[in-house]
Design a protein around this ligand. Structure first.
Ligand SMILES: [Ca+2]
Ligand SMILES: [Ca+2]
Ligand SMILES: [Ca+2]
Length: 498
């Protein structure tokens, strides 16, 4: 035991043994990439074998690729039950159905989600491992899935099976105060794709657990499926008197936008002084998180007694379906004295509204399952980096560690390849196997996290575990290949939270 650890032992001795609390086990799931036979039907024995090899406890069964999927689900459920695998039904929304997209529906009930809710609930009465249903790309279909519609849909399911759950598939930048306010009571949790970093998961946990403070801000919004013209804009404008003897003339701007994708050259965030662009940034790329830039206003303000400052989002090119929300906090200026209030103007279909500050007080809890892209193609598309087995593994590992730290309720891999010799399958299988050996800080398995677990942990401290499920692997709670301080922090957290 090293010195640091000895000190921490004394801290730990202050704790008493805690029984493990009866929270449900984490959802460790895979989704999609179903195995099919030469007849086009789902090859249920092989699919079950692969899921068992992966050690996932849940499979999200997509009803879309074939008209027979609903029938195959009925055959899959008892086999999954025998293998100890829970099943969530996964449906596609109008934006992935005719006439908007392609030629296939979720068959046989298509866009009748009320009927789906009832049929899924009915099926679950015979198959208790059918626990929930998910609808893909939920937010892009919110014109159909209004809060009232979703509430009714879930009530229809619950009238048949009170335990049936509904979880929308959301993308991280789509989740904000408005989503939580409007849908928080109509859903059982959120499946959220695809986090950039651990901070993405943690920020989302704060939002979904009412632990996030949101500052007052303006929202510049452009709607989906709406054409714009070049020059359309939403602006804030204010006239200032220049203080000639000020040491600095600067503008500090804190802003974020909801678009993280790669499509560049359309919507631009800009700061102008007297119609001259001083700063601009494409909404493309980046992550939805507050960014602060400090913009020097000299030499533009030199020799001037007054200036007009404009903060805007401006369309350089026409868009047809490019929704975005740009949020801007009250800018901080130095060396300028305002002579009026901010003036809002919009051109085209932009809107501007002011949202007051909100302080989180822990009033609600919306569970979160983190979806990680586990195909090469989707990984590149979603992360902008090569979709190697190692990078996919690192992302899944990140999500598993966030789960252990209490920032989400589960992890689901998107369309993991199921061929047993596929490099991604082999790598993720190894990770899930190792993760399954270090599931909990109750190392001696007596149902409590106590001092005896700490002694076992201390004995393993400093050991190299490697990538496999070796004898010391159970103590590698953060899955980084060795037993170290990061594991200790997770252990203390488990110890500390009943
Ligand atoms: Ca962006
Ligand atoms: Ca124990
Ligand atoms: Ca470790």
């Amino acid at each position: 035991m090293n010195h640091k650890l000895k000190i921490l032992v004394f801290i730990l001795l202050l704790f008493t043994t805690r029984p493990l609390h009866a929270s449900p086990p984490p959802v460790i799931a895979d989704y999609n990439a179903e195995v099919r036979g030469s007849d086009g039907r789902v090859d249920i024995p092989v699919l079950i074998r692969r899921l068992t090899e992966l050690r996932v406890n849940t499979y999200f069964f997509l009803i879309w690729h074939r008209e027979t999927d609903w029938e195959d689900l009925k055959l899959f459920l008892p086999a999954a039950q025998n293998a100890g695998i829970d099943t969530w039904v996964y449906l596609v929304p109008p934006t992935e159905s005719p006439p908007i997209y392609g030629t296939r529906y979720s068959e046989p009930f298509r866009l009748d989600y009320m009927r789906w809710a009832e049929e899924i609930a009915l099926l679950s009465l015979a198959h208790p491992n059918l626990k929930a249903f998910v609808i893909d790309d939920f937010w892009a279909n919110r014109n159909v899935y209004t809060p009232a519609y979703i509430s009714t849909m879930r009530q229809r399911a619950r009238a048949i099976n009170p335990n049936m759950e509904f979880w929308p598939l959301m993308y991280y930048p789509e989740m904000d105060r408005a989503f939580v306010r409007d849908y928080g009571n109509a859903i059982d949790g959120v499946v959220a794709a695809y986090p950039k970093t651990a901070q993405t998961v943690q920020r989302t946990w704060q939002l979904l657990n009412d632990q996030r403070d949101t500052p007052a801000r303006w929202q510049f919004s452009y709607p989906q499926y709406t054409r714009s013209a070049i020059g359309d804009a939403a602006s804030l404008q204010r006239r200032y008197r220049v203080q000639p003897n000020a040491t600095h003339h600067t503008l500090r701007l804190t802003q974020q936008d909801s678009y993280e994708g790669p499509t560049a050259g359309y919507h631009f965030k800009q700061v102008l002084v007297d119609n001259q662009i001083l700063w601009e940034e494409d909404v493309a790329g980046g992550e939805k998180a507050w960014q602060t830039v400090e913009i020097p206003l000299t030499p533009l303000v030199n020799q001037k007694s007054h200036i007009t400052l404009t903060i805007r989002v401006y369309d350089r090119k026409r868009v047809s379906n490019y929704p975005v929300i740009v949020e801007i906090q009250e800018p901080i200026v130095q060396g300028l004295v305002p002579e009026e209030n901010w003036q809002q103007t919009v051109k085209g279909r932009w809107t501007v509204n002011f949202e007051p500050a909100y302080q989180g007080t822990g009033r609600y809890h919306i569970p979160l399952i983190v979806m990680i892209a586990a195909t090469r193609h989707q990984f590149v598309k979603r992360n902008g980096e090569p979709g190697t087995a190692e990078r996919i593994r690192d992302k899944v590992k990140m999500a598993l560690v966030q789960r252990r730290q209490g920032f989400c309720e589960g992890v689901v891999t998107y369309a993991l390849p199921k061929a047993p010799d596929d490099e991604i399958f082999k790598t993720i299988r190894r990770l899930f196997l190792k993760a399954s050996t270090s599931r909990s800080a109750d190392f001696d398995g007596n149902g409590k996290i106590g001092f005896e677990d700490f002694l076992l942990f201390a004995n393993a401290y400093g050991k190299i575990v490697g990538e496999y499920a070796t004898v010391f692997a159970p103590f590698d709670l953060d899955l980084d290949g060795k037993v170290g301080f990061g594991d200790f922090l997770i252990f203390v957290r488990a110890f500390d939270t009943p």
